[in-house]
Write a protein that binds this ligand. Structure first.
Ligand code: DSN
Length: 422
């Protein structure tokens, strides 16, 4: 990839960018929340739209000169609605949140008063910091309570959710997760929300790409609010997005700006528009199907080789390897896999006994490897590499051999072909 201007003006930053491109090409990316955008998405992100202030919404801005960014934001909004709308449910969208965390805090601001009670999935059971963790503003400004996964199935148990909701009487229930490998039953969550008089927010950051292609049930019409990031299974630029039942959109828009953000990142909104256009193509549906097929093949092979997975498998793009009965921790596993050219992240597992910095789990996902064209046979091969590494983390010659094989595999599946030719 060429960056002639940075190369001549800032060699230090240029070198780091080149090194990162090489890492993304040579190593195998299995972090479930990462993906590779198209060059078109990157071009939009690198465009002169970064120079523009455009606080407000199209046609209702606080700055002049917004006629072209208005067009871009309207394209993004229209395509997002096309992607997520379901029949009989009128939704509005706001494409301005800088990230998923900002999308969630804007919904909280729109829906809640400080001190109100929220109910979300426990962080160590696959939830997210912004679902009421005490170290996040969602846990500081609101009174947060949590439901957990069933200790017997490793899945969300709607009776447990209901019991917790009846006990804490939340004003808002959050469904959605950052490390949950199973289908989320939005209709069942709505029924609990209705029973306790709560609003329902689905944070579909991980599964958005699967939702828009019909590979995971839609949160609409069940949820009042839906937030997502745009860079995971949706394969767009790093960013956030809020959707809501039409009547709630005025509150959402005000909560984004001026409630929690200033000027929108118009270059990122342009990139979201491009990515949404790509996700509307039939080829994106094939991509989503392949993500799930690959995850399922990888999970099966891991279990055949004796690995324990939280909930006993996966329905979506990710799986959670449970190392709690093994000597190796998540931290050690992540490091050993890294030395073998496989990038993952350590993750807590339900009933976690180690600290959040050490953990007993490894989260693995297939969105990025699927984007580079790897299929079921590669997924099984990668599962074998993972088990070999986790069973022999101190065998540096084995790790070096696997790293060579991973680099060869990745060489056959270039991410950005012109970058690989360097
Ligand atoms: N950090 C993201 C993830 O890895 O799942 C969630 O925000």
């Amino acid at each position: 990839m060429n960056f002639p201007h940075i190369q001549s003006t800032d060699p230090a930053v240029f070198a780091s960018i080149q090194n990162e491109i090489r890492r993304q090409q040579d190593d195998l990316e299995l972090i479930a929340s990462e993906n590779y955008t198209s060059r078109a998405v990157m071009e939009a992100m690198g465009s002169a739209l970064t120079n523009k202030y455009a606080e407000g919404l199209p046609k209702r801005r606080y700055y002049g000169g917004c006629e072209h960014v208005d067009v871009v934001e309207n394209i993004a909004r229209k395509r997002a609605r096309q992607l997520f709308m379901v029949e009989g449910c009128d939704i509005g969208v706001n494409v301005q949140p800088h990230a998923g965390a900002q999308a969630n805090s804007a919904v909280y601001l729109a829906a809640l008063e400080a001190g109100d009670t929220i109910l979300g999935l426990d962080l160590s059971h696959g939830g997210h910091l912004t679902h009421g963790s005490p170290v996040n503003s969602s846990g500081k400004l609101y009174s947060a309570s949590h439901y957990q996964l069933s200790p017997t199935t490793g899945r969300i148990d709607m009776d447990m959710v209901r019991q917790q909701a009846l006990k804490t009487r939340p004003k808002l229930i959050v469904c959605g997760a950052s490390a949950y490998p199973r289908i989320i039953d939005f209709a069942a969550f709505r029924s609990v929300a209705d029973e306790v008089g709560a609003l329902l927010l689905a944070d579909i950051a991980h599964i958005a790409g699967l939702v828009v292609t019909g590979h995971h049930p839609s949160p609409f019409p069940h949820c009042h609010y839906v937030t997502t990031t745009t860079h995971k299974t949706l394969r767009g630029p790093r960013g956030g997005l809020i959707m809501a039942q039409r009547a709630l959109m005025k509150g959402v828009n005000g909560a984004v700006f001026p409630g929690t953000q200033g000027g929108p990142l118009m270059h990122v909104i342009a990139a979201k528009a491009v990515a949404f256009g790509e996700a509307l193509q039939p080829s994106f549906t094939d991509y989503s199907a392949a993500v799930i097929e690959n995850a399922s093949a990888m999970a099966e092979r891991l279990m055949e080789r004796g690995m324990s997975l939280v909930s006993g498998g996966t329905d979506n793009h990710l799986m959670l390897i449970d190392l709690s009965e093994r000597d190796i921790s998540g931290k050690e596993g992540e490091a050993a896999l890294g030395r073998a050219g496989i990038t993952t992240n350590k993750n807590t597992v339900p009933g976690e006994k180690r600290s959040p910095f050490v953990t007993s789990g490894i989260r693995v996902g297939t969105p990025a490897m699927t984007t580079r064209g790897m299929g079921v046979s590669e997924s099984k091969q990668v599962a074998d590499y993972i088990v070999d590494v986790l069973e022999n983390p101190a065998d540096e010659s084995l790790l070096a051999r696997i790293k060579g094989e991973i680099h060869a595999l990745c060489g056959r599946h270039p991410v950005y072909p012109e970058a690989a030719q360097r």
